[in-house]
Design a protein around this ligand. Sequence first.
Ligand code: SF4
Length: 259
Amino acid sequence: MADFPLSIPKPGKIGGTFLWAGIINGPVRSRRLGVSLGLNIVPPRSKLCTMDCPYCECGFNTPKTDGARWPSPDLVADALGKTLDGLDARPDWITFAGNGEPTMHPRFPGVVDRVLATRDARAPDARVGILCNGLGAGKPAIREALNRLDARMMKLDPGPPDRVNGVAYDRELLVRNYAGLRDLTVQAMVVEGPGWSGASDEEVAVWLSYLRRIQPSALQIYSLDREPADQAITRVARDRLLEIADRARGAIHGSVEVF
Ligand code: SF4
């Protein structure tokens, strides 16, 4: 338990990567969520994800640190409750994010239930959301836990999956997984790397073909804002993001925003 400080640490460089230091981060003001308290449920000093995006602000994946454990549902709830009680004002959002993919937690549904109960008791007006890459969302227990949250911000980036997300998954899997989620927001990071561009007409056309089938309630388009894991990854100009957003408005019925 000592591995997880209950204070509100600032993110910092740990072992060469930009990792959150504990379970709770913030409150911080984000471009997409307003005032948000972050929940990191990945074992300490580790970056663990089923993708390995070269643009990730937490750096590339690491091995799980020796001896580090996934925080129990009780420990997460305790850290959240103590933090909420110490704040002058309640946050707008409590967001699962952190050093990797939250649904990898072996007791993810239990963590969700304890976080929702803590929110109900200590900050009933705050909404609980998640930033999730979607690869695990086809498992029934994970899908049902995701659907108990107030918001699901799920990933679908334009570009070849093995380049933009670091793993060669089949995007048909995301289409199937997202069909089981209610009120889905898709978040799309548009970036470029050596020899490929997520902003090219060809890659945007492929991405739109999946978005048409997913039909999210909302689409959020953005580019690099923080230091990427791979320094060769570059941001895409806002004018191009606005052009991509216009094309997306012709493909989905939900709202489309550029951040
Ligand atoms: S899915 Fe998210 S946490 Fe995982 S590597 Fe990509 S940006 Fe980082």
